[in-house]
Write a protein that binds this ligand. Sequence first.
Ligand SMILES: *[C@@H]1O[C@H](CO)[C@@H](O)[C@H](O)[C@H]1NC(C)=O
Ligand SMILES: *[C@@H]1O[C@H](CO)[C@@H](O)[C@H](O)[C@H]1NC(C)=O
Ligand SMILES: *[C@@H]1O[C@H](CO)[C@@H](O)[C@H](O)[C@H]1NC(C)=O
Ligand SMILES: *[C@@H]1O[C@H](CO)[C@@H](O)[C@H](O)[C@H]1NC(C)=O
Length: 259
Amino acid sequence: MMGTIRSAVSFAVILLLAGATYAQNYRTFYLQNKCNYTIWPAIFTSEVSKVKPNAPTGWEATAGSLWKFQVPNNWTSGRIWGRRDCDFNSNSSGDGTDSCSTGSCIGGLECTATNGTGIPPATLAEWTLNTEDGLDYYDVSLVDGYNMPMSILTNKGCDSSDCTNDLGLTCPDDLKKGDDGCLSACAAGMGGGGDDDPVCCTGKYGTPGMCPSSGIPYYDHFKNGCPNSYIYAYDEDSGTALRKCSASLSSDYLLTFCP
Ligand SMILES: *[C@@H]1O[C@H](CO)[C@@H](O)[C@H](O)[C@H]1NC(C)=O
Ligand SMILES: *[C@@H]1O[C@H](CO)[C@@H](O)[C@H](O)[C@H]1NC(C)=O
Ligand SMILES: *[C@@H]1O[C@H](CO)[C@@H](O)[C@H](O)[C@H]1NC(C)=O
Ligand SMILES: *[C@@H]1O[C@H](CO)[C@@H](O)[C@H](O)[C@H]1NC(C)=O
């Protein structure tokens, strides 16, 4: 699959920031917008990570466009998501948090480094590269809800992660947000939103044993719709949520929106 993409890359890729000096120890990430609408991808690097991708924290990606950037081996950790129907010239909040129909962040077009995570609902692609146990971990997450289909492929034969069905079309009424978005039960506040939240798995519910999938409203709805996605805080046990790839393979990654 990557072979096909690579040949497309040769004529379509735009290098975001030329001249960066990751001479080694980096991965190449390809980001492809196969949706038939413009999206505004965004990248957020966790506080714990000392290094960042050499890409902006947000940009416009028209339908069909393909992008390439470098991510240091020790990106621990970060997320990429897509925003829909953005207009950064008119935002009533003034900080960019309502510039898009879904996925907006503090900062507007470029999300802030400190707190510019996407506002739910947003489908997330998450990575922790090169961990102490010698693995890359990655997943397509619906923990913050869903706003568009997505897939992650490696070029080393490791398992893919994806959510390919349009869960916006089948979203339960009490989780709908905007035209296309579908909140997770946690993001919709179904657990009460306090310090001890049995749906968000916080406080005294903050262990897999105390927060099983059977207690998460609509878990089966999301898992059946997107079996290869990470549905709620402790979805590892499903066996299809969190993907891993040996870090020694130094895999590149292809993130496709609307695969
Ligand atoms: C995009 O695809 C959807 C679903 O196939 C279709 O309903 C919509 O009209 C298309 N939009 C554009 C701008 O082509
Ligand atoms: C991350 O990797 C780069 C490149 O190998 C290295 O220069 C840097 O010191 C590393 N940072 C951390 C926090 O490990
Ligand atoms: C929000 O809109 C105002 C103009 O109304 C503009 O000055 C400001 O830069 C915008 N902020 C963001 C984050 O887009
Ligand atoms: C986001 O972070 C900036 C500085 O990093 C801060 O000024 C701002 O108040 C923060 N906004 C929110 C909503 O936390």
